[in-house]
Design a protein around this ligand. Structure first.
Ligand SMILES: [Zn+2]
Ligand SMILES: [Zn+2]
Length: 256
């Protein structure tokens, strides 16, 4: 399984993209940096887009990629839990804002939305996809993905702490998890349901206690203006845990 991080941050600039992962060039997870980071040809190679939740930074490019598919008369398969569909239909793809690719062209809409149910495995283009609920301010699922040759990764999406039940459900070879802000913002992170290095350390310790190992871990959703502090704190966390923990970046390629 080859994973490319198209966007690794929680805010966008010329140098930073909103969190988006690309698996084997055909499966995208989240849509914050799809159209800005992929050529038209690369966008049209996608077999499916999995969306973790309805927050803007994770669905931002759906109208734009929808238009690229629409003008080429292609169908785009999107997978997500029902609240994501409701947000797309009510806002991002509402005709007040842009074309409603959920309904046009009539009879064969550009976007085909496929509903996922938390805890239910689906086979999507040869990948086993298990959506697992995490604790965030809107209904959110992380994705545990197993490739046809048995490689596994888990992406938490945006999440607060208390991941014990999640850890019991997955045994990934690679963990991609959010760490939004430095540890001094721990209280705010708990309130907004995000993680800091201090909170991440407890969650990874807990993972190790439950599973007896720690997978290589890559962080995403960092606040770019605080990234140097996060990097320093994470280096200490990694040393204390004896773990491989790296900050993700745009264009980072991971292989499992
Ligand atoms: Zn979010
Ligand atoms: Zn986010």
């Amino acid at each position: 399984m080859d994973i490319t991080i198209l966007g690794a941050h929680n805010t966008e600039s010329k140098d930073t993209g909103l969190v988006t992962l690309l698996i084997d060039d055909i499966l995208a997870i989240d849509a914050g940096a799809l159209t800005s980071r992929l050529s038209f040809a690369e966008q049209l190679k996608l077999k499916a887009i999995l969306l973790t939740h309805q927050h803007y930074d994770h669905i931002r490019d759906i109208p734009a990629i929808g238009m690229n598919y629409f003008i080429r008369q292609k169908t785009l398969d999107i997978y997500g839990i029902p609240p994501v569909y409701e947000s797309l239909a009510a806002h991002m793809l509402h005709e007040d804002i842009y074309s409603n690719f959920l309904e046009i062209p009539a009879g064969k809409p550009t976007i085909r939305f496929n509903s996922l149910e938390p805890g239910r495995e689906d086979i999507i283009h040869g990948y086993n996809v298990l959506p697992i609920p995490v604790d965030h301010s809107k209904p959110t699922v992380g994705f545990f993905i197993t490739s046809a040759n048995g490689k596994t990764m888990f992406y938490t999406s945006d999440t607060g702490p208390r991941l014990s039940d999640v850890w019991r459900s997955v045994s990934p070879q690679l963990l991609i998890i959010e760490t939004t802000a430095p540890s001094e913002f721990e209280d705010a992170a708990i309130e907004k349901k995000h993680l800091t290095p201090s909170l991440l350390e407890k969650e990874l310790q807990n993972f190790n206690d439950i599973k007896g190992y720690l997978p290589p871990t890559v962080l995403v959703h960092m606040n770019p203006s605080e990234e140097e502090i996060i990097q320093k704190e994470i280096a200490k966390v990694a040393a204390r845990l004896g773990a491989s923990i790296k900050l993700g970046y745009e264009g980072m390629r991971l292989q499992i």
